[in-house]
Design a protein around this ligand. Structure first.
Ligand SMILES: Nc1ncnc2c1ncn2[C@@H]1O[C@H](COP(=O)(O)OP(=O)(O)OP(=O)(O)O)[C@@H](O)[C@H]1O
Ligand SMILES: [Mg+2]
Length: 324
């Protein structure tokens, strides 16, 4: 539904996005994750036709955004980083205005407005002036204007930025509810956002894609080995020695020890599940098993690994690349 092919964007000497390619399937919610300045907004502005690419192609619903911008835009809803707001209009006036621009027919506007103010939880402020709304409400009006013409594709630039925790949950639920009917790309630098809302994640750093996959796949790919956390009551040194001898175990590391219980990290070969053997070894020796679980890298750890590894190299390479 969204095809980005070898996209490069320069702002004068600054290389903001470099050779980025990815697709978003119909009905999919894709997370576009990256630290500040990674190129998320730039990519989204190209996808929505607000910015021409320096190189590369973008197709939305089969339409090239450069060759057939009107067709592409008609099928796209866009929540920009800072939504364009007409402060003197009421919420209803503003949404009706956007609906007309987006080609919603006159007789459908009222029904569509009623639906969307409910869906985006702005019904209670619909007669208030947009300029006088709080940041959270303004953000939701921004989301409402992106959805007003019921577009196939939604491009949401940091949709939960500036919202309070309750609003964040409501907005995530709303986005989750678009699954299947709409194709969504949402940018964020907040990790829980992608694991809670997205099927797939594209991680971008310094203008380049550094990883693509489901949150689970990214965890597995980066980890390289399996880790099991075991809590046992018994003599720590003997337990470590015993676990070390279990087939498939590479090494054992104590993590903490508390009231006679010791928690160990047991690292084993990838794809090798040693949990049953660890349980057997514990029981055989007459020790008590309190907990046994696999431990993955947290998304935070993955994100840091992906985005700090290349940053210094990229920063060093960037000025040189930019003048080429
Ligand atoms: N209009 C512009 N003129 C010049 N440089 C720009 C412009 N807009 C963005 N940049 C630069 O392009 C790079 C990518 O910026 P972009 O706004 O796409 O990042 P982002 O991932 O959206 O970051 P954030 O998380 O802070 O919103 C940055 O180095 C930024 O300084
Ligand atoms: Mg941005």
């Amino acid at each position: 539904m969204i095809e980005v092919e070898n996209l490069t964007k320069r702002y004068g000497p600054t290389l903001a996005v470099s050779g980025v390619s990815f697709n978003v399937q119909k009905g999919e919610i894709l997370g576009f994750l990256g630290p500040n300045g990674a190129g998320k907004t730039t990519t989204m502005r190209v996808i929505t036709g607000f910015l021409p690419p320096t190189e590369g192609k973008v197709r939305v619903a089969g339409y090239d955004v450069a060759d057939e911008p009107l067709e592409a835009k008609r099928r796209t809803g866009y929540l920009p980083e800072t939504p364009p707001i007409y402060p003197d209009m009421t919420v209803t006036e503003y949404l009706a205005f956007v609906a007309r621009i987006k080609g919603v027919s006159h007789r459908d506007i009222k029904r569509r407005l009623d639906e969307i103010v409910e869906k985006c939880a702005v019904a209670d402020v619909r007669y208030r002036q947009v300029g006088k709304l709080s940041k959270g409400y303004r953000q939701r009006v921004g989301l409402a204007q992106a959805l007003i013409h019921n577009p196939d594709v939604l491009v949401l630039d940091e949709p939960t930025a500036g919202l309070d925790p309750k609003q964040i949950i409501e907005t995530r639920d709303l986005i989750k509810g678009l699954e299947g009917q709409h194709t969504v790309i949402l940018s964020t630098h907040i990790l829980p956002e992608v694991s809670k809302t997205c099927h797939r994640v594209v991680v971008i750093n310094a203008g380049q894609i550094v990883a693509v996959g489901t949150p689970d796949e990214l965890t597995r790919r980066l980890q390289g080995f399996e880790t099991v956390l075991v809590t046992v009551e018994g003599p720590a040194a003997a337990i470590i020695e015993k676990f070390q001898r279990v087939a498939g175990v590479n090494w054992v590391e104590p993590r903490e020890s508390h009231e006679g219980r010791v928690t160990l990290e047991v690292h084993s070969e990838k794809e090798k599940d040693v949990r049953a053997e660890l349980a057997r070894a514990t029981v055989e020796s007459g020790w008590k098993l309190y907990e046994l679980k696999t431990s993955g890298l947290s998304l935070e750890e993955i994100f840091l690994k992906l985005t700090t590894k290349d940053l210094s190299e990229e920063a060093a390479a960037k000025p040189e690349k930019a003048v080429n």
